[in-house]
Ligand binder design. Structure first.
Ligand code: BG6
Length: 478
C-alpha cells in the first residue's frame, strides 16, 4: 500500500465546475439561451427535455435553477479567492458557448462574453491557478438544437470551428489546458445533453446518433489542430465519462456482455479521439444496426492526424452488468444504469461508491492508450447539514475523496501517468441530472436551496480544511 507519496511535484490539484451549473447571469453580457437554461428543477428535468413536443421554451410557472445558479457571474472573485485559499493549482471550468456566440450561428463573437472570461482567467492567474477549460459542457445553444437538430447537421461543425478559433485566439496567453466535449460518450445513452437532439423512437437511435458523433469527431480534430497551431504550448484532451464495466459473475456470457458494453460506451469515442481511427468492433455494430455514415473526403485523414494530447475523464462509480437483468436488480447513476453490485454501498442518490474502480479505470485507460490521464471529475453528491455554530461536518465526503485519492496514488505506482485531479463541484452548484442544490459536492457550502431560496452566502465545510492539507502536502496527508 502507498501513503500517497507518489504524486509528482507538478500534479494539478484542484476542483471542477461547468458554466451552466454555477454562473447564473442568464442574460448578462448578451448571453444566449442554452439547453441547461430550459431545464426546470426536479428529478424529471432530463425526461422533460427529451419528451416529444418539448419546445425548448421557458414555462413561467416553473423554476429554473440554472438561471441564477450560484451567481458565480458576479461573485467569481470571492469564489476564486476561496479556491486559492485551498491552494488550488488548477481550476476546471467551462466556457458557455452562448456567451461567445449567443445563437451559435453568428459570424462574429460577442465581445461582452469574451471579456467576462478574460476577467475570470486573470483572477485565476493572480493566484497562480491554471485554468483547465472545457469548450462544450452540456450547454449547447438552444438555437442550434431547434434550427439544426444539434450535431446531426454538419453545419454545426463550422459553427463550432468559429467558436474554438475565437476562444483560442483570445485566450492563447491565458489558457494552456483545454478539453473538447464533456463526457462525449454520454450521447450514446442520452444524446440531448451533448449531441443536442432527443430520440423519441428506439429505431432513431442508431443512424442519427453516429452521424452526429462523426461530426463531433471531425469538430474535435479541427479543435485539436487549431489549438496546436494557435497555442503551441497548450495541451488539449478529450473528456469521457468512465465507469469500468464489471461482469456480474464469471458466466462467460456475462463477461462478454460487459466487454461489449465497455467497448461501446467507454472506448468507442476515446478510440477515435486518441488513436485517430474508428475501432474495429464498431464496424460490426454499424453493420448490425444498418448504420452508414456520411464521411466526407478528408475527414478520416483529419481525425487520424489531429488526436488529443491527454484523456480527461469523470469517475464516480463502476457499473456491473449481466445479460438477463431483472428490474429489481437495477441501480441508477445520472446517465447509466446497471445491476446492483453486492460488494458496494451507494450514495443517497444510488451511485455505487467504488474507489478501487478508479484504480482499475486508470490502469485500463493507460494500458490501452498510453497517454497522460487527468481525473477531471470525481466526488460525492450528499446532503449537508449546517450546525447551530455554522460548521458543516462532511466527514462522509472526506472519506469518499480520501479513498479515491489513495486509489490514484496506487495507480501512479502501477505506472500510470496522471496529470491531476479536479474534484467535481468544488463549490456547491446545480446538479446536472436533478437540478437540485441539495445534492451538494462542494468544499464550499452555498446557501441556496431547491426552491430557489437562500442568501447565496459561502461557508467553508470541514472538507475545505482537509483538502487544503491534502494539496499543501501534495497528497501525503490524507
Ligand atoms: C457529470 C457531469 O456527469 O456528473 C457534471 O459532467 C455533473 O456536469 C456531474 O454535474 C454530477 O452529476 P449530477 O447529476 O449529480 O450533477
Amino acid at each position: 500500500a502507498t501513503n500517497g507519496k507518489k504524486f509528482p511535484k507538478s500534479f494539478l490539484w484542484g476542483g471542477a465546475t461547468a458554466a451552466n451549473q454555477l454562473e447564473g447571469g442568464l442574460h448578462e453580457g448578451n448571453k444566449g439561451m442554452n439547453i441547461a437554461d430550459v431545464l426546470p428543477g426536479g428529478k424529471e428535468r432530463l425526461a422533460i427535455l427529451q419528451s416529444p413536443g418539448f419546445d425548448f421554451q421557458i414555462d413561467e410557472s416553473k423554476y429554473y435553477p440554472n438561471h441564477e445558479a450560484i451567481d458565480f457571474y458576479h461573485r467569481y472573485k470571492e469564489d476564486i479567492a476561496l479556491f486559492a485559499e485551498m491552494g488550488f493549482k488548477a481550476y476546471r471550468m467551462s466556457i458557455a458557448w452562448t456567451r461567445i456566440f449567443p445563437n451559435g450561428d453568428e459570424l462574429e463573437p460577442n465581445e461582452d462574453g469574451l471579456a467576462f472570461y478574460d476577467r475570470v482567467f486573470d483572477e485565476l492567474h493572480k493566484y497562480g491557478i491554471e485554468p483547465v477549460v472545457t469548450i462544450s459542457h452540456y450547454e449547447m445553444p438552444v438555437n442550434l438544437v431547434k434550427e439544426y437538430g444539434g450535431w446531426r447537421d454538419r453545419q454545426v461543425v463550422t459553427f463550432f470551428e468559429r467558436y474554438v478559433n475565437a476562444i483560442f485566439k483570445r485566450y492563447k496567453n491565458k489558457v494552456k489546458y483545454w478539453m473538447t466535449f464533456n463526457e462525449i460518450n454520454s450521447g450514446l445513452i442520452m444524446p440531448i445533453m451533448g449531441l443536442g437532439f432527443a430520440i423519441h423512437k428506439e429505431e432513431d437511435r442508431y443512424q442519427p446518433t453516429f452521424q452526429a458523433y462523426h461530426h463531433q469527431f471531425v469538430a474535435s480534430s479541427i479543435a485539436v489542430k487549431a489549438c496546436h497551431e494557435i497555442i503551441p504550448d497548450a495541451k488539449i484532451g478529450c473528456m469521457i465519462l468512465f465507469a469500468p464495466v464489471y461482469s456480474y459473475d464469471s458466466n462467460p456470457e456475462n463477461v462478454l456482455y460487459a466487454l461489449q458494453e465497455e467497448n461501446l460506451f467507454n472506448y468507442f469515442c476515446a478510440d477515435v479521439q486518441v488513436r485517430g481511427e474508428y475501432p474495429t468492433f464498431i464496424k460490426r455494430y454499424f453493420k448490425e444496426h444498418n448504420i452508414e455514415l456520411d464521411i466526407r473526403e478528408g475527414d478520416l485523414e483529419l481525425i487520424k492526424k489531429h488526436t488529443v494530447d491527454y484523456i480527461g475523464f469523470s469517475y464516480y462509480m463502476s457499473r456491473t452488468e449481466k445479460v438477463d437483468k431483472e428490474p429489481q436488480d437495477n441501480t441508477q447513476g445520472n446517465i447509466m444504469s446497471g445491476v446492483k453490485n453486492p460488494f458496494l454501498k451507494a450514495s443517497d442518490w444510488g451511485w455505487e461508491i467504488d474507489p478501487i474502480g478508479l484504480r482499475i479505470s486508470l490502469n485500463k485507460l493507460y494500458g490501452r492508450y498510453q497517454v497522460p490521464l487527468f481525473v477531471v471529475e470525481n466526488g460525492l453528491g450528499a446532503y449537508d447539514k449546517v450546525e447551530e455554530d455554522g460548521s458543516i461536518n462532511d466527514d462522509y465526503r472526506i472519506d469518499y475523496l480520501r479513498e479515491h485519492i489513495k486509489a490514484m496514488a496506487e495507480a501512479i505506482e502501477d505506472g500510470v501517468d496522471l496529470m491531476g485531479y479536479t474534484s467535481w463541484g468544488c463549490i456547491d452548484l446545480v446538479s446536472a441530472s436533478t437540478g437540485e442544490f441539495s445534492k451538494r459536492y462542494g468544499f464550499i457550502y452555498v446557501d441556496k436551496h431547491d426552491d430557489g431560496s437562500g442568501t447565496l452566502e459561502r461557508k467553508k465545510k470541514k472538507s475545505f480544511y482537509w483538502y487544503k492539507d491534502v494539496i499543501s502536502t501534495n497528497g501525503e496527508k490524507l
